[in-house]
Structure formats: structure tokens, C-alpha cells
Design a protein around this ligand. Structure first.
Ligand SMILES: Cc1ncc(COP(=O)(O)O)c(C=O)c1O
Length: 447
């Protein structure tokens, strides 16, 4: 057993910004294949996080690796800001064709989900000639100034860095934990839609509002799916008032939810713009905004150019990623294995009273850990669980402090999935039996 994890972490600690890592476990990831990771000391883990949903095709998928290698030996970079490259041309067409946009669509490139969501603000303002932007509490849209402003999931995304982008208004996301005890689904939706409308009724002129952006299924916000009637009403309101609707698919797109796009779960809603990132290039830095042709045509160069965005290697990786998703039926696989996992978690919920809720959408979801006496969020218990899961050989993190984040690569084998689920069960038994003690290692873990 080597001590490389510790040595590398100690060295990094001296030089690496604390604002750039949410602390979980002190390991250095050395390699990955499919759903299996190996750390610098040679320990192996079943990956239940997929690098924050950015490796849906698994780690170093052979087809993706081959395309990257071949493209890298031909041309690594020529900036699409000045000249096209073939993989990028091919990918733009493919994305425009598969995006859930009505009518002709066009594509623009970025390097991260964050700048894609900034671009969405630019395009919406340019097309509508209006300034105000509406987003939701609990959202994670990114870390650039625009996208951190539209986000609403952590005080540290506002603290110390203001003023944020002007003209952004937040409305409450209808997360299940905001539903009152005994409140019907319909009454909840009506109440949340009233809250959505309140700004428009009091100080926010709808005719000066450019954009409403939403994660149809919030990821970091706790794996919360917006109720269908609520989103239908929001979309109708947007349409009636000439406001564009954007859906952030960065976390929940690319087959993650058991459908290609999270918005495919809402047949009555068609967005004007979507943001895609993370898994689009199996983890290479590429993002895209796909939007209605006339919206994307509203902005003139260089209104949205980045030197490396859409570069030949990242777009070749993205073309290979789309091939893998198709050839290996990963959307269906996400759906099918998601049902297997959901059944397992539901059976755990019967055995362990600290499981407050299970929400799975494909191979993707959140398991709420609560204090059984009060039903309230229990962050310490959730931290103990993920730490024990880590010790037992699987990587899982939390969101919102108390929600287990379950997002394995979509290529995970059934055996690996079973082993991962059994590890979670084992950890839950240990928690129930009081076997997981508080320790220094748990300090400071999580969002
Ligand atoms: C829904 C969503 N949008 C945008 C982003 C930002 O993407 P990136 O970190 O690649 O900038 C994330 C990242 O977690 C996300 O989950």
C-alpha cells in the first residue's frame, strides 16, 4: 500500500484554492474504466457519481478514447472563432437535429455548462431586446458571473462576490420539501404558481422580461422534478408574454434521466433554448447552447466566441459520445437500470426509517436522509453514510447536505450496480446499528 493519496493531497493543499473544491474524501483519482475508478494508492471504487454526471458513457470509453487520439494526432486546435473544423460541423448538425426544439435550430459552443448558461442570457436579451431574467431557487447553473447569479443553491455562491449580474429575479422552485403536510399536489402547484406570478404582479414587468430558465429536474438542488402542470403553466405564461423559456440540460441531459433530455418528461413543453454540457463530450470541456434559429441568429460576432470552444478534439469526442449513446442504447439502459435501482432503494426505505424520500429519474436521483423522529434533514447521518460507502468501495456524495446523490455511469454493468447498491445497504445497516462514529474525517464534508 502506497501513501500517494496523502502525499499528493498534502502538496495540493499548499497551492490549490479552497473555493474550487467541495470537500468529500481525500483521494486522488488516478484512472477509470467504465464505472470503476482507481485512486493513487491503488484502491478501487464503484463510481456512483460519474464525475458529477459528466461521464455518462463511463470513464475512458474505448470508442471515445480512439476518436480523441485520432483527432489529436490530426489537429488538436484551430479556433472555431475564425475557422470551422469538420468534427464541429458534424456535431452542430447532429445536436440541432436531436435537440428538443421546435422548428429549425442552431448551435453555439462553450467550454463549460457555466458559460453556456451565460450565453443563454445573452441570446435571450439580444432576441427579445428585454433585460430581466427569471430563474429558480435551488438552481445550479454555474460559476461564471451570469450563471452564478441565476443559481440559487448555496450562500457561498453569493457571499463575498457581489454585486452579481443585474436584472435577475429568483422565484421559488416547487421542490417537494416545500409542500405542506396534508397539502394536495394540486393545491401545492397552485400555491407555487402564485409565488411564481407574484413578482410579475407586483414589480417585474413581463413585457421587459427576456427569459425564464429552469432545470426541469434540479440536480444539485436535490433531484427534484418540477411538477408537470406547474411547468406547463410557466411555459404558457412565458409564451403568452413573449418571454423565452430555457432548460438547463447540463446535468440531466444526455440520457441521464432515462430519456435523452430531461424536458422530454414534459410532452407539452418545448423550450426556446437549451444548455448542454458535462457528458456531451464524455467529460472533455465542451458545452453548447441549442436554440431556435431566429433566437441564435439574434446575436452578432463576437457576441459569443471562445478560443477553444468547439475545438476539434472536444467535438470529435462528442460525436463519439453520441455514437456510444446510440449504439449501446444508453438512454434505454438508464431507464431500465434506473427502475432496478429505484426498486432497491424503495425496499431500503422500508427497512431504514432514516430514508425520508427516494426520487429516481433514470440512473439518477436523490435519497433524502432524515431524522426519523422529526422527519427533518439529517446532514450528519448522510455524511456518515457516504463516508462508510467510500470505505466500503463506492464513491457517492451528497447534495443539500442530506441527500445522497446517485448518478452512476450509464454503462455500469448490472453486477457493478448490484455491488454498489449492496454497499449502500451495508452502510445503512452500520448507521442503523450505531457503528459509524463521528470522526475528524467527517468534518467539513459536503456542500
Ligand atoms: C444543471 C447544471 N448547469 C450548469 C452547470 C455548470 O457546469 P460547469 O461546471 O461545467 O460549468 C452544472 C454543474 O454542476 C449543472 O449541474
Amino acid at each position: 500500500m502506497t501513501d500517494d493519496n496523502k502525499h499528493l493531497m498534502d502538496e495540493e493543499h499548499q497551492y490549490f484554492a479552497k473555493g474550487s473544491r467541495i470537500k468529500y474524501f481525500d483521494i486522488v483519482i488516478e484512472s477509470g474504466q467504465g464505472a470503476i475508478l482507481t485512486d493513487a494508492d491503488g484502491n478501487q471504487y464503484i463510481d456512483l457519481l460519474s464525475s458529477a454526471s459528466s461521464t455518462n458513457t463511463g470513464h475512458s470509453h474505448p470508442k471515445v478514447v480512439k476518436e480523441i487520439q485520432e483527432q489529436a494526432s490530426k489537429l488538436i486546435q484551430y479556433t472555431p472563432a475564425y475557422f470551422a473544423n469538420e468534427p464541429e460541423v458534424k456535431l452542430a448538425k447532429r445536436l440541432a437535429e436531436i435537440a428538443p426544439i421546435d422548428g429549425p435550430a442552431k448551435v453555439t459552443w462553450g467550454n463549460s455548462g457555466s458559460d453556456a448558461n451565460d450565453a443563454i442570457i445573452k441570446y435571450a436579451r439580444a432576441y427579445t431586446g428585454r433585460q430581466y431574467i427569471v430563474s429558480f431557487t435551488g438552481a445550479y447553473h454555474g460559476s461564471t458571473y451570469g450563471s452564478i447569479t441565476t443559481s440559487g443553491v448555496s450562500l457561498n455562491m453569493t457571499r463575498k462576490i457581489g454585486p452579481l449580474l443585474p436584472g435577475v429575479v429568483k422565484v421559488p422552485f416547487p421542490s417537494p420539501w416545500y409542500r405542506h403536510a396534508g397539502e394536495s399536489e394540486d393545491a401545492f402547484i397552485d400555491r407555487m404558481f402564485e409565488a411564481f406570478k407574484l413578482p410579475f404582479d407586483t414589480y417585474l414587468p413581463a413585457d421587459e422580461t427576456a427569459l425564464i430558465e429552469i432545470e426541469a429536474i434540479q440536480g444539485d438542488g436535490g433531484f427534484a422534478k418540477v411538477p408537470e402542470r406547474y411547468l406547463n403553466q410557466v411555459a404558457e405564461f412565458a409564451h403568452a408574454n413573449g418571454i423565452l423559456l430555457a432548460v438547463d440540460e447540463v446535468n440531466q441531459g444526455m440520457g441521464r434521466t432515462g430519456k435523452m433530455w430531461s424536458i422530454d418528461h414534459f410532452p407539452e413543453v418545448t423550450p426556446d433554448l437549451i444548455a448542454v454540457g458535462k457528458s456531451i463530450a464524455s467529460g472533455l470541456p465542451l458545452s453548447a447552447v441549442v436554440g431556435r434559429k431566429e433566437v441564435i441568429d439574434a446575436l452578432d460576432a463576437p457576441g459569443n466566441v471562445y478560443t477553444t470552444a468547439g475545438n476539434p478534439v472536444t467535438t470529435a469526442a462528442a460525436n463519439a459520445t453520441l455514437d456510444v449513446i446510440e449504439e449501446e442504447h444508453l438512454v434505454q439502459r438508464s431507464h431500465d437500470l434506473g427502475l432496478v435501482a429505484e426498486k432497491y432503494f424503495q425496499s431500503l426505505a422500508k427497512q431504514f426509517d432514516f430514508i425520508g424520500d427516494v426520487r429516481l429519474y433514470g440512473l439518477n436521483g436523490g435519497i433524502d436522509i432524515v431524522d426519523p423522529k422529526t422527519g427533518k434533514a439529517d446532514g450528519l447521518a448522510a455524511t456518515k453514510l457516504i463516508y462508510r460507502i467510500f470505505e466500503l468501495g463506492a464513491l457517492m456524495i451528497t447534495v443539500r447536505g442530506n441527500i445522497l446523490r446517485f448518478q452512476p455511469p450509464l454503462v455500469i454493468t448490472e453486477d457493478e450496480l448490484t455491488s454498489g447498491l449492496e454497499i449502500i445497504k451495508h452502510a445503512m445497516e452500520d448507521l442503523k446499528n450505531g457503528k459509524i462514529k463521528e470522526s475528524a474525517a467527517l468534518k467539513g464534508i459536503g456542500w
